[in-house]
Design a protein around this ligand. Structure first.
Ligand code: PHE
Ligand code: FE
Length: 292
């Protein structure tokens, strides 16, 4: 989930890994149980997502032929992705340092975990596994606009690091790439990888009366804390991937970071007078959790 924790919490680079932290996928080392786990997760999401996820995601599954059984091979996936948008998928042992992560994205490489969760971890994971990283993130990389956004985010990350603003920029990633919703003529749809790779959160983010659903506003969003331990209390809704690209690539973040230093953060459940409110959440879920 969180791709950008503080570097000091990370283990040393594994001895076998390259300078860029990539490792071989070692596809032959997956067991039958590993493949069966992928298939089970895949089938469950493939059944529930049509009508809930943005159509570009389904198109991506199709372009990349991800409906074939078993854990995908990164080399075959990269070949198709390269043909579509010039992106590749590379294996990493787990979370990587911020600059390594940004550098991969800036060069159109998506670093993906290669391990798959065990049955005991089926619905909750501390670290992103291959199902989250590949099923959640890769389909939209076959979309040219989203592909450009992800590359620009990587470049923006390297820049933000120099400006001491990674924490602010990470909120943009969180509320778009991981937990974003999009307004379509047919209604709200999911596109965030953290949502679409989770069966429970796919229902929660779209249908539960608990969370807020608020219009995307770059500056507001960069002031908003987020939850890494449970479902989000607020989701942000973009109008289109073009809008997302325009408002981020076409904006110099340096003055924004400077301004944000003087401004306080917002809580995860705050609704502001200026917010475009799609749903005013009851927060019933979060309140119930607090009492437990
Ligand atoms: N425009 C941002 C900057 O000036 C970079 C960026 C682009 C960040 C796209 C995120 C997404 O730093
Ligand atoms: Fe992720």
């Amino acid at each position: 989930m969180a791709e950008t924790p503080p570097a000091e919490t990370l283990p040393d680079r594994p001895a076998r890994a390259a300078e860029d932290w990539t490792v071989p996928q070692d596809w032959d080392r997956y067991s039958a149980a590993d493949h069966a786990m992928w298939d089970r997760l895949f089938d469950r999401q493939a059944r529930m997502l049509p009508g809930r996820v943005v159509p570009e995601f389904i198109a991506g599954l199709d372009i990349l032929r991800m409906d074939q059984p078993g854990i995908p091979r990164f080399d075959a996936l990269s070949q198709r992705l390269m043909a579509a948008t010039g992106w590749q998928v590379v294996a990493v042992p787990g979370l990587v340092p911020d600059r390594v992560f940004f550098d991969h994205l800036a060069n159109r490489r998506f670093p993906a975990g290669r391990f798959i969760r065990t049955p005991a971890q089926e619905d909750y994971l501390q670290e992103p596994d291959i199902f989250h990283d590949v099923f959640g993130h890769v389909p939209l990389l076959a979309n040219p606009v989203f592909a450009d956004y992800m590359q620009a985010y990587g470049e923006g990350g390297l820049r933000a690091d120099g400006l001491g603003a990674i924490e602010k920029l990470a909120r943009l990633y969180w509320y778009t790439v991981e937990f974003g919703l999009i307004a379509t003529p047919q209604g709200l749809r999911l596109y965030g990888a953290g949502i679409v790779s989770s069966n429970a959160e796919s229902h929660f983010a779209l249908e539960d009366p608990s969370p807020n659903r608020l219009g995307f506003d770059l500056q507001r969003l960069m002031r908003t804390r987020y939850r890494i331990d449970d479902f989000q209390q607020s989701y942000f809704v973009i109008d289109s991937f073009d809008q997302l690209l325009r408002q981020t690539v076409g904006t110099d973040f340096a003055p924004l970071y400077a301004a944000l230093e003087q401004q306080s953060d917002f809580d995860t459940d705050t609704i502001l007078p200026g917010d475009r409110v799609f749903t005013r959440g009851t927060q019933a879920y979060a309140h119930k959790k607090m009492q437990e």
